[in-house]
Write a protein that binds this ligand. Structure first.
Ligand code: SF4
Length: 441
């Protein structure tokens, strides 16, 4: 049986590598995990394509079954692929974040939809397909076991232009419910894999550096502490996500550091406490941000700081205030998004009810394009302010100032800042017209 797996990407994420020989991006875990779950008893010829790093020559693809996985921003392109392959008589299945959020919509373009984690459903679907009994919907069961998973087949990404293929995940979902976040809707419970499984997998990963892709790994503090303790002897170096809570549990931060933590993506989201409270992220304490950054830098941990513009209490000065904070605090790698109501979320329902949705063209739901009417400015002001913040932040003067305080990964951070400078400057050119071109696969 021939199976082809495709991860489509929006145009801005298919840009060339520019001055670099590789992309400053690690490989996602989805395709390696799906390959690891192929039923052993079936003879399968598998090929995978990640459009973030490689082109797809669709006419040359031959398959019995095509699997497509995507986030909302890539959904229109994913549907274009699905429609094309079905027009050639190939069966298509879709899973991933968008199909989980909108299974009925996805079902219009594919033969079968997988919602939630595919650990049990994907192998079952393949068996059913072989038996000529593929169903239309495969939903993850609530009692999915998180133990004994096979290692993702990372070797499928060997030779592709990723900066690293050593992604790993220990926890799924999140205990928090930040209003803009899609995680609680795609994975309802907060679950974790057994620590011994994660450690075994880490031991099998070649090389010193790994990336944890968990959206929220430290919210079960006791689990996180146990995992970090068990990681210490491995002497790996890792990057991953954390909430700001990591700064206020000294034992947790100490163990993270000892386990090899070198970089954290942290959702600061807003420099205004009122905003944080309104989006159910009141556990972030805006008045403690400087202290947190300082603490992490002292532990030689680099910070990718994420901020959202266009929250309901944001005024027009939000852009300047945020950029000032980022530069003053010396955030190593700042990232900006605009408030985006992903379909089927509570925020989407609220925006719809308040008649504030500007479009349902999903390609624009990439968190870089304004898709709602903000409260205290126009949509144009929000979009322009967002572009201004990217440009101002990635001005060389500020890059150098911030990186003068970096204590780890300085070479990588310089490259990443350069890549983000390019990305931020490209954003204004990547408008709706460009996105519509993207539908031509
Ligand atoms: S803490 Fe992070 S992962 Fe959890 S809901 Fe908030 S933004 Fe999402």
């Amino acid at each position: 049986m021939k199976i082809v797996l495709i991860l489509p990407r929006g145009g801005i994420y298919r840009r060339k590598t520019g001055a670099f020989p590789i992309f400053i991006r690690y490989s996602p875990l989805t395709l390696p995990s799906l390959v690891s779950l192929l039923p052993k008893e079936i003879d399968i010829d598998i090929k995978t394509y990640d459009e973030g790093v490689e082109d797809i020559d669709k006419e040359k693809i031959e398959a019995d079954l095509i699997g497509i996985t995507c986030v909302t921003g890539a959904a229109p392109r994913a549907y274009a692929y699905a429609d094309y392959f079905r027009s050639r008589g190939i069966k298509v299945v879709m899973g991933g974040v968008h199909a989980t959020l909108l299974p009925d919509e996805a079902a219009k373009h594919v033969d079968a939809v997988i919602t939630g984690l595919a650990n049990e459903t994907w192998p079952q679907l393949i068996r059913d397909f072989k038996a000529g009994q593929m169903k239309k919907l495969y939903a993850a069961s609530d009692d999915l076991s998180y133990a004994g998973w096979p290692d993702p087949v990372r070797s499928i990404n060997k030779g592709k232009k990723f900066i690293s293929i050593n992604s790993i995940q220990a926890t799924y979902g999140c205990t928090n419910r930040c209003e803009f976040c899609v995680t609680p809707y795609t994975c309802k419970d907060y679950k974790h894999r057994p620590i011994e499984d994660v450690i075994r997998e880490l031991k099998n990963i070649r090389g010193k550096y790994v990336e944890f892709v968990d959206p929220s790994p430290i919210e079960d503090v006791e689990y996180a502490k146990k995992l970090f303790r068990a990681m210490i002897p491995l002497k790996k170096k890792w990057v991953g996500c954390a909430t700001t809570r990591i700064g206020f549990d000294d034992e947790l931060l100490d163990l993270a550091t000892k386990s090899g933590c070198k970089g954290l993506l942290i959702g600061f989201e807003s420099v205004t406490q009122n905003n944080l409270n309104r989006i159910s992220k009141g556990f972030n304490k805006a008045d403690k941000y400087y202290e947190l950054v300082d603490k992490l830098h002292k532990k030689h941990i680099a910070i990718m700081g994420c901020f959202v513009f266009g929250l309901d209490t944001d005024q027009k000065d939000v852009f300047k205030n945020t950029v000032d904070f980022v530069n003053k605090a010396n955030i190593d790698l700042p990232r900006y998004t605009v408030n985006t109501p992903f379909p089927s979320t509570g925020l989407f329902a609220r925006m719809k009810k308040e008649n504030r949705l500007l479009t349902k063209f999903w390609a624009m739901y990439d968190a870089q394009h304004v898709v709602i009417k903000p409260k205290n400015m126009t949509a144009e002001e929000l979009q322009k302010g967002h572009h201004w913040a990217w440009k101002k932040t990635y001005n060389w003067k500020f890059i150098i100032k911030r990186l003068a305080h970096a204590r780890s990964f300085t070479g990588v951070l310089l490259l990443a800042n350069y890549a983000y400078r390019h990305y931020g400057r490209s954003l204004p050119r990547y408008d709706r017209k460009e996105m519509e071109k993207d539908l031509k696969i």
